[in-house]
Design a protein around this ligand. Structure first.
Ligand code: DDH
Length: 291
C-alpha cells in the first residue's frame, strides 16, 4: 500500500538547488582548466544548445540535448564543448532523475551566478530526444561576419538589436582556442568573472587587425593581449547596436538586468513547458550563502 502512495520521485526546488550546489562545488574544485574555471565553457554549452532555435519551424533550442549525438556534436561551432559535457557527466550520474537538457541549462545558470553574474531564473521541463532531432549545421553565428548576419541569426531565434547586444556581453567570459574555433585569446582581463568590461573595452580601447597566421581578428592596441571577433566589432560599427553598447559600458546594473532577462528567454527557447512562467525558481549562489 505504501508503494502506491509514494508514486514516482518528483523533484522539487530543493532537489534542483542540490544539483546547483554540486555543480558549484565542482567548479571550485576543478580549477586547473583554462583560466582557472570551467564556468565559461559551461555557459557556452548552454548557449549552443539554445541558439539552434528556429521560431518559424519551432525546431532546435534547449529541449533534447541533441548535442550528445555526432551529427550535432561534430558541428564546427560546437568544437571543444565535449569538455563541458564531460565535466557534467558525474553530476548526471549522481542525479539520474535530471534530463541532460535540464542539466546543461542548469549548469549554464550555475556558471553565470558563480562567476558573479546576475541571478537567472530557471524552470525545468526539458526532455532528452533522440538523434533524429539534431539540428542542421549553420544555425549558430559565424564570427567572421557582421551586422547583417547577426540580425539574421538572432532574428531567427526571435531576438532584437538590444537583445543581441545584451547577449554578446557573455564574451566578458572565457576565451577563444586555436584548436577549437581557430581564434585566439580572451576578450577581457577577468575572463572568469561576469562584468560589463566587454562593453567598456569595445568603446574605450582601440582595436587593430592582429597580424598572424590565423583568421581575421582584432587585438587591443595597448596590451595586444585581448581580442575581438569581427562580429564583436560589428556591435560598435552599427549605430543601432552601438547605442546599447554605450549604455551597458556606462551602467553595469542595466547590463545585468537585461542580460538576465534575455538569457532566461534564450535558455527556454523551444521547450514545451507544462508549468507557467510563475513556476520559475531562483537558485541561491555561493555569494548569497556567504552574505
Ligand atoms: Fe561566443 N564565442 N559567440 N557567445 N562564447 C566563443 C566563445 C564563447 C560567437 C563566437 C564565439 C555568444 C555569441 C557569439 C561564449 C558565450 C556566448 C568563441 C571561441 C567564438 C568563436 C570558441 C573557442 O575557440 O573555444 C559569435 C560569433 C557570437 C555572436 O555572433 C554573437 C553568446 C550570445 C553567448 C552567451 O553565452 C549568451 C562564451 C562564454 C565563450 C567562452 C568559451 C570558453 O571556452 O572559454
Amino acid at each position: 500500500a505504501e508503494e502506491k502512495t509514494k508514486g514516482p520521485f518528483e523533484p522539487k526546488f530543493e532537489d534542483y538547488q542540490k544539483v546547483y550546489k554540486t555543480i558549484a562545488k565542482l567548479l571550485e574544485e576543478k580549477d586547473d582548466y583554462d583560466d582557472g574555471s570551467y564556468g565559461p565553457v559551461l555557459v557556452r554549452l548552454a548557449w549552443h544548445c539554445s541558439g539552434t532555435y528556429d521560431k518559424e519551424t519551432g525546431t532546435g533550442g534547449s529541449n533534447g540535448a541533441t548535442m550528445r549525438f555526432a551529427p550535432e556534436g561534430d558541428h564546427g561551432a560546437n568544437a571543444g564543448l565535449k569538455a563541458a559535457r564531460d565535466f557534467l557527466e558525474p553530476v548526471k550520474e549522481q542525479y539520474p532523475w535530471i534530463s541532460y537538457s535540464d542539466l546543461w541549462i542548469l549548469a549554464g545558470v550555475t556558471a553565470i551566478q558563480e562567476m558573479q553574474g546576475p541571478h537567472i531564473p530557471y524552470r525545468p521541463g526539458r526532455s532528452d530526444r533522440d538523434v533524429s532531432f539534431c539540428t542542421p549545421d549553420g544555425r549558430l553565428p559565424d564570427a567572421s561576419k557582421e551586422q547583417k548576419h547577426l540580425r539574421a541569426i538572432f532574428g531567427r531565434m526571435g531576438f532584437n538589436d538590444q537583445e543581441i547586444v545584451a547577449l554578446s556581453g557573455a564574451h566578458a567570459l572565457g576565451r577563444c582556442h586555436t584548436d577549437r574555433s581557430g581564434y585566439d585569446g580572451p576578450w577581457t582581463f577577468s575572463p572568469t568573472t561576469l562584468t560589463n568590461d566587454y562593453f567598456k573595452l569595445l568603446v574605450e580601447e582601440k582595436w587593430q587587425n592582429k597580424k598572424w597566421n590565423g583568421p581575421k581578428q582584432f587585438e587591443d592596441v595597448s596590451t595586444k593581449t585581448l581580442m575581438m571577433l569581427p562580429t564583436d566589432l560589428a556591435l560598435v560599427k552599427d549605430k543601432s547596436f552601438k547605442q546599447y553598447v554605450d549604455k551597458y559600458a556606462r551602467d553595469n546594473d542595466a547590463f545585468f538586468k537585461d542580460f538576465s532577462d534575455v538569457v532566461l528567454r534564450l535558455f527556454e527557447l523551444g521547450v514545451p513547458f507544462t508549468q507557467g512562467e510563475d513556476a520559475r525558481w531562483t537558485f541561491k549562489s555561493s555569494f548569497d550563502e556567504a552574505a
